[in-house]
Write a protein that binds this ligand. Structure first.
Ligand code: DHK
Length: 148
């Protein structure tokens, strides 16, 4: 795969910057996009956010069809509920990095059981919004190594 890295963000992440800043910080989604594009260097970036599960599923299909080199996904609340996203990610041949701004394992138990982790190549949590840069670098490194 030589395509773009697809960075997909789930529900409520459009509210970053004003949403529970004590948990998610003050960095906006637009700033996160810039962080990702900078971290990706010459690699093209597809950066998307949706509050709709089916839209995210369709974007995963697009990543497959477009030969994306990697997927970096923060499914947000859908992490713990969406078999549809899990099933779609199973079809992606490249590396999948599951990313969470907060350390979901230190939070309420409803945030502890990720369905996406059953298919993710790697899982990152607790690095803050600025950690997306490391998520991009990790996803590209995994792609370069042919990891899945
Ligand atoms: C974001 C959300 O919206 C929550 O539902 C997750 C995740 C945590 C994050 O830390 O990025 O549980």
């Amino acid at each position: 795969m030589t395509g773009a890295i697809h960075i997909l963000n789930g529900p409520n992440l459009n509210r970053l910057g004003v949403r529970e800043p004590e948990i998610y910080g003050h960095t906006t989604l637009a700033e996160v996009q810039t962080i990702c594009e900078t971290a990706a260097g010459h690699v093209p970036v597809v950066f998307r956010q949706s509050n709709l599960e089916g839209e995210i599923v369709s974007w995963i299909h697009q990543a497959i069809d477009e030969g994306a080199c990697a997927i970096l996904i923060n499914p947000a609340g859908l992490t713990f509920t969406s078999v549809a996203i899990l099933d779609a990610l199973k079809m992606f041949p490249g590396p999948v990095v599951e990313f969470h701004i907060s350390n979901i394992h230190r939070r309420d138990p409803i945030y502890h059981n990720s369905l996406v982790s059953k298919v993710a190549t790697a899982v990152m949590a607790g690095l803050g919004a600025e950690g997306y840069a490391l998520g991009v670098r990790a996803a590209l490194d995994l792609a370069a190594r042919g990891a899945r």
